[in-house]
Design a protein. Structure first.
Length: 452
């Protein structure tokens, strides 16, 4: 008896230690079985308490009256499948007649407390079937990206969602995006993650960093062009517009619109061209966009207007020509001058890290989802890298980017330097590699705190 008690205490202590130090291991070893049993045991009572049941059918009520038996109870939705994952449980539920997926979406917070889970999210799989994704522990406390992912050309994994799934940045699906965040919120780490993920792909990286290049210059070996001041930024944007026009001329000449050409071979963008004719896609990363919109004189105002006009043209017309824009900044509102709100309206993807005021969150999500604005203002200061990601469809999710140091990003870009293409239109803006190497050596010091 004493030996069994001692063994139980040791096992319990080890389980608690594992839960504290390695929550993922604890979940896979112990937590998944406890949570699964708890969900199955409480399922009927929880559905009833959350108002997710339906009254018995008229036939069952009539049969109960005819046989003078007790009236049947309310019916709960049927569990089609319960599947454990590395971060939680996935329940696929068949709705009863009269139920709606929105009923489950509105009850996710109550379900989270009732099942004692870290988080619960709901989505509609098809008509009459919903899927509940439950997380058993705080996956955003210590971000560990899954080893397997579904990355592809211009589709890169950048962060981990609160339900344990990978959040991808898919440029072909969402061509242009806005990345907002206050100082030390993890915005630069998100940008480094994008660069390192794209470095190994057949794409051309182009950067504009008006902070004298301190963020992007260390990564210059993988950049085909880089501008570090407003004058160079204007020239670079105009050169990209020239490339865009040339790509459209190529598409127009190769559309092959005639009666003897199958419809599948007719194209209106570069992805429908034969591979040997297809221009290389370009990803433009802009760090601190406000520096491009500020001016102090009439001459600088003219330059500013030309820069904003060029950016608007790129985000409106660049997708079909294979030019994708990623804009980063601390604020991005109408106070930056005319043309800014028009530019923001063309940025389908939105990512907002911790911001200093609600107005900054409104700049990202006010025209998409009020709930996303509220979630953005609740990001804690002690979790850099946490952000709310959404798009123009109104959907949004909380994510956190795994920490990528500047040294790691530099090493990746240097290792993939042979992939850097030389674009004739941007030859004048090719970064000086000697200067970039010096800056990389000087900036190897780690920041005070990490994003994951």
């Amino acid at each position: 008896m004493t030996a069994a008690l001692i063994t139980s205490l040791i096992a319990g202590g080890l389980a608690l230690l594992l839960r504290w130090r390695r929550p993922a291991w604890y979940w896979l070893a112990v937590g998944v079985f406890i949570a699964g049993f708890r969900v199955l045991l409480r399922y009927g009572s929880v559905m009833d308490a959350c108002g997710l049941t339906v009254p018995p059918s008229r036939m069952r009520l009539a049969l109960a009256r005819a046989t003078r038996t007790e009236a049947p109870s309310s019916r709960v939705p049927h569990i089609l499948r319960i599947r454990p994952t590395r971060t939680g449980l996935v329940l696929r539920i068949k709705l009863r007649p009269g139920q709606d997926a929105y009923d489950f979406i509105a009850s996710t917070d109550r379900l989270r407390h009732s099942f004692t889970m870290q988080g619960v999210s709901c989505r509609e799989v098809k008509a009459g079937v919903v899927e509940l994704r439950m997380t058993g522990y705080d996956v955003l406390k210590r971000v560990q990206m899954p080893a397997r992912n579904e990355a592809g050309v211009l589709r890169v994994p950048v962060s981990l969602r609160e339900d344990g799934a990978i959040h991808y940045r898919d440029y072909r699906e969402v061509p242009h995006a806005l990345n907002l965040g206050a100082t030390q919120s993890g915005k630069s780490v998100y940008q480094r993650r994008l660069v390192t993920a794209l470095a190994g792909q057949p794409v051309a990286l182009v950067g504009i960093d008006c902070k004298n290049g301190v963020e992007l210059a260390p990564l210059a070996r993988r950049f085909s062009a880089l501008a570090s001041n407003q004058d160079d930024a204007l020239g670079l944007l105009e050169a990209l517009i020239e490339r865009m026009d040339a790509n459209y001329e190529l598409i127009r000449s190769e559309q092959r619109i005639s009666v003897d050409v199958p419809d599948a071979e007719i194209t209106a963008d570069i992805w429908g061209l034969p591979e040997h004719l297809r221009p290389l896609p370009v990803v433009l990363l802009i760090d601190e966009v406000a520096e491009l919109a500020l001016f102090a004189s009439k001459e600088e105002e003219k330059r500013r207007d030309r820069i904003v006009t060029a950016l608007v043209r790129l985000v409106q017309l660049g997708r079909a020509a294979g030019i994708y824009v990623e804009i980063c900044g601390q604020r991005f509102g109408s106070e930056l001058g005319k043309g800014i709100t028009m530019l923001r309206a063309q940025l389908t993807g939105r990512v907002a890290h911790r911001v200093n005021d609600e107005a900054s969150a409104n700049m990202a999500f006010a025209d998409i989802s009020p709930d996303a604005v509220l979630a953005t203002t609740q990001i804690p200061t002690d979790r850099p890298g946490m952000a709310v990601a959404g798009d123009s469809s109104g959907g949004w999710v909380t994510t956190r980017t795994p920490y990528t140091s500047l040294r790691q990003a530099v090493n990746t870009c240097n290792a993939e330097a042979e992939r850097t293409p030389e674009l004739p239109e941007l030859a004048a803006f090719r970064p000086a590699l000697e200067l970039a190497t010096a800056k990389a050596d000087l900036s190897a010091v780690e920041p005070i705190h990490k994003a994951a």
